[in-house]
Write a new protein. Structure first.
Length: 120
């Protein structure tokens, strides 16, 4: 069941959706790692500020706007995720085309909704 998830754009601010997503993922029993601008912890999850060579990432959930995503295309692909979730406001047809060429499944969805409806 454990779909190890990388939250890209993780925030320490409790009002941010990426923060809420980390909290909910942890409460649902998922293994979570995070990448963001500031080091810290959210629900016991360390937020890294350097790109780490994570292993066994099933899902990457994005909380970066399309312009900021460009710097992470190669990194995200290098992790060989099974799925990339484009949360509302992160939709990016250019990156989605690259993912499609790489054989990576993606969806435009809200991680919080997927969790609350048992579709994650």
């Amino acid at each position: 069941m454990n779909k190890k998830t990388l939250v890209v754009g993780a925030s320490l601010k409790p009002q941010r959706y990426s923060n809420l997503a980390i909290n909910r993922l942890v409460s649902h029993g998922y293994e979570v790692v995070g990448f963001g601008l500031r080091e810290g912890k959210v629900s016991g999850v360390a937020i890294d500020t350097h790109l780490m060579p994570y292993k066994d990432i099933h899902t990457i959930t994005l909380y970066l706007n399309p312009e900021r995503q460009k710097a992470f295309y190669d990194y995200i692909i290098s992790l060989h995720p099974e799925r990339v979730i484009f949360n509302p406001g992160t939709e990016n047809p250019d990156f989605q085309n690259i993912l499609k060429q790489e054989g990576v499944y993606f969806e435009e969805a809200c991680t919080l909704v997927l969790l609350s409806t048992n579709q994650y």
